[in-house]
Design a protein around this ligand. Structure first.
Ligand SMILES: Cc1cc2nc3c(=O)[nH]c(=O)nc-3n(C[C@H](O)[C@H](O)[C@H](O)COP(=O)(O)OP(=O)(O)OC[C@H]3O[C@@H](n4cnc5c(N)ncnc54)[C@H](O)[C@@H]3O)c2cc1C
Ligand SMILES: *[C@@H]1O[C@H](CO)[C@@H](O)[C@H](O)[C@H]1NC(C)=O
Ligand SMILES: *[C@@H]1O[C@H](CO)[C@@H](O)[C@H](O)[C@H]1NC(C)=O
Ligand SMILES: *[C@@H]1O[C@H](CO)[C@@H](O)[C@H](O)[C@H]1NC(C)=O
Length: 584
């Protein structure tokens, strides 16, 4: 019965291609007009489950209006924050400080300012959505070589959080590597009128702060990006066993310009995306419309969710493994959403122009009928934890070996990740951006079940996920993705950036009053006490690393214990019946 249901679910996901759906809600909700607002993220749930408030939201349509908004906030020392159409970052970066700050929406700053075909540059306002950037560039025979895989994000937002695709070649996969100039509106002195535009080009060192700014330096108004002539890519997915993954992972990144790997540890499989640049003359008009980013029926999504909730309640690890195999098997059959001509998959390699292969998100193109939505739509309470960190290439093999030891001990634990496509491994290069990557690295990303309304309820195998998280972040010094993760990932993260002080001095210069800063950004930047929140059950949602049983759920038999492979880790582990501390 369960299996049948899952098959139907997957069937629906795959064959809804091209059907119209309902767009996600705006993350900003106001009770009267544009005042008395709350702001959340695309998931409708911040890591600490708090609700952020703001006194009002403003929608500048020009840089001039943006300047006057920042000026009046700066003059009155009012907190402000740039907010985007969908607010896709998981952590609380969208919140202004305090309870009565002002939200500056970039929704109407969505114009393409200029395309210079000769120098191959595009200038856009910061609220332009990635999809539109890709389309506009393509119309002019140009392309941004590397982008995130999801196009429902804005240029301002994706740069601020260091978002990336996958590559170790050239400048690498982070979109901010392709920035040639930016215009940012910051506070200024009274003589200057309380706000001003700073125009930064490649020769300005401060550009290295502004490219990846976490939104704390001001509001980016315009961005100019270096593009390339349109090229094609050829993609072939190759499945292998994972026995040599520790060695293969680094080699593979060097061999293929756009390669990435999905890892399904319980199935002992690795799925290699062999993805290389080919001549524009090669025939092929392939399309990558990634299946998990397609619209899904509201009812179907609810049913998937119910199945997993039941499996959690009944501790049905095997059930999760059955569904995980179905999901990965079905996606494989459907070529993950690749088609050779936009409608049919006839075989690998799939060759297509970069703009059709690099990014997708058809669930956002929409009709307001409410029946079909994006799989991550907050209205259905689909909750997941998102863990993503990058580990220096030199440490990657050891990390893989440690994870494999955990796989040996608890193979079924990994089915909970494989339900959501396992562990995605992508390549990123060291950056000159102060808050960019410090080394060439592999970014590891996985998502897993989070309970909708019960923060104090433990989850199946959460100790294993917590241990992987702590191995990556602390044993191997991984850098957390700024737009993902739970609070603990940011513990002392800023100390891992040798140029953090340079970033902070630019922040001091641009915004000495800190109107663009919040308690959360101050904590992340090491300017205030810790990012963690110590309270009963805090480790269950990654708000802390447990140091005593009460941080887990002792009444439900989850106790704070050392890791199984990384003994320094502290995780919430399930122990049936009388398990006492003496047994440790
Ligand atoms: C389905 C999905 C897939 C994803 N895929 C990838 C991926 O492939 N690779 C990857 O690296 N990431 C990925 N992400 C993460 C995504 O790139 C980030 O969440 C991104 O930051 C979201 O951009 P946004 O426009 O929603 O910005 P928001 O989350 O709204 O904003 C992020 C921060 O930027 C600030 N900001 C926004 N605009 C401006 C501006 N104009 N001026 C100054 N500050 C500004 C905000 O104040 C906030 O602090 C994915 C996320 C989702 C939901
Ligand atoms: C810009 O946003 C406005 C409203 O938010 C919308 O009507 C318009 O179509 C958008 N323009 C582009 C080029 O996307
Ligand atoms: C894994 O695959 C490699 C070749 O890709 C092969 O040599 C090896 O025997 C396989 N290992 C297992 C355990 O199947
Ligand atoms: C795509 O290819 C299939 C099979 O080769 C063909 O039936 C279909 O008409 C093609 N569609 C387009 C849009 O070219």
């Amino acid at each position: 019965m369960k299996i049948l249901q899952s098959t139907l679910i997957i069937f629906f996901i795959i064959f809804m291609n091209g059907v119209l759906s309902s767009p996600p809600d705006d993350p900003v909700l106001c009770s009267s007009g544009n005042t008395h607002c709350t702001v959340t993220n695309a998931y409708g749930l911040f890591p600490d489950r708090s609700t952020c408030r703001a006194s009002q939201v403003l929608f500048p349509t020009t840089e001039q209006e943006l300047i006057s908004i920042v000026a009046s906030a700066s003059k009155s020392n009012t907190k402000v924050k740039a907010v985007t159409r969908y607010s896709h970052s998981v952590p609380k970066f969208a919140c202004p400080g305090g309870q009565d700050g002002i939200l500056i929406s970039t929704n109407n700053l969505n114009r393409t300012v200029k395309v210079d075909v000769e120098s191959r540059r595009i200038t856009v306002e910061s609220g332009v959505v990635l999809k539109d950037l890709i389309t506009e560039a393509a119309k002019n025979g140009l392309t941004l070589p590397h982008t995130p895989y999801w196009w429902g994000i804005t240029v301002g937002g994706l740069l601020a959080t260091g978002a990336h695709g996958s590559s170790l070649w050239g400048k690498g996969s982070a979109a901010h590597e392709y920035v040639v100039s930016m215009r940012i509106v910051t506070p200024a002195t009274a003589e200057e009128g309380y706000a001003k535009v700073r125009s930064l080009s490649e020769s300005d060192e401060e550009l290295d702060a502004v490219k990846v700014s976490l939104g704390v330096l001001g509001v980016v108004s315009q961005v100019t990006l270096q593009l390339e002539p349109m090229f094609k890519r050829a993609i072939t997915y190759v499945e292998n066993n994972d026995s040599d993954l520790a060695q293969e992972l680094v080699r593979f990144g060097k061999d293929h310009e756009f390669g990435d790997i999905w890892w399904f540890p319980s199935q002992k499989k690795a799925l290699y995306r062999v993805d290389d640049r080919v001549s524009i003359k090669q025939s092929g008009n392939g399309l990558y419309d990634f299946i998990p980013f397609r619209p899904i029926f509201t009812d179907t999504l609810a049913a998937t969710r119910d199945t997993e909730e039941l499996q959690e309640k009944t501790r049905d690890a095997n059930g999760k493994c059955v569904v995980a195999k179905l999901v990965t098997g079905t996606l494989k059959t459907a070529a993950y959403g690749l088609t050779n001509n936009g409608s049919h998959f006839t075989g690998y390699p799939v060759v297509g122009p970069n703009n059709r292969m690099q990014s997708s998100g058809t669930c956002l193109d929409s009709l307001e009928d409410g029946k079909l939505i994006c799989p991550l739509d907050s209205r259905l309470g689909h909750r997941l934890f998102h863990t993503a960190f990058s580990i220096s290439l030199s440490k990657v093999p050891s990390f893989i070996k440690d994870v494999k030891k955990l796989v040996e001990l608890e193979p079924q634990a990994f089915c909970g990740l494989e339900l959501n496509m396992g562990i995605l491994m992508r390549y990123v290069k060291a950056s000159s951006a102060y808050l960019g990557k410090t080394d060439d690295a592999v970014d590891f990303y996985f998502t897993y079940f989070r309970i909708k309304d019960e923060p104090l309820s433990p989850r199946l195998f959460e100790d294993i996920y917590e241990e992987i998280e702590q191995i990556g972040l602390f044993k191997y010094g991984g850098l957390p993705h700024w737009a993902k993760n739970r609070n603990l990932a940011f513990i002392e993260a800023i100390k891992k950036y040798p140029n953090a002080n340079k970033f902070l001095s630019v922040k001091n210069k641009y915004d000495p009053q800190g109107i663009f800063s919040s308690e959360w950004t101050d904590q992340v930047l090491g300017l205030k006490e810790s990012v963690t929140i110590l309270k009963d059950g805090c480790a269950l949602e990654g708000l802390c690393i447990c140091s005593e049983d009460s941080h887990c759920a002792p009444s439900k038999n989850y106790y704070c214990r050392p890791g199984k492979v990384y003994k320094e880790a502290r995780v919430c582990a399930f122990h049936d019946n009388a398990y006492t501390k003496d047994e440790l």
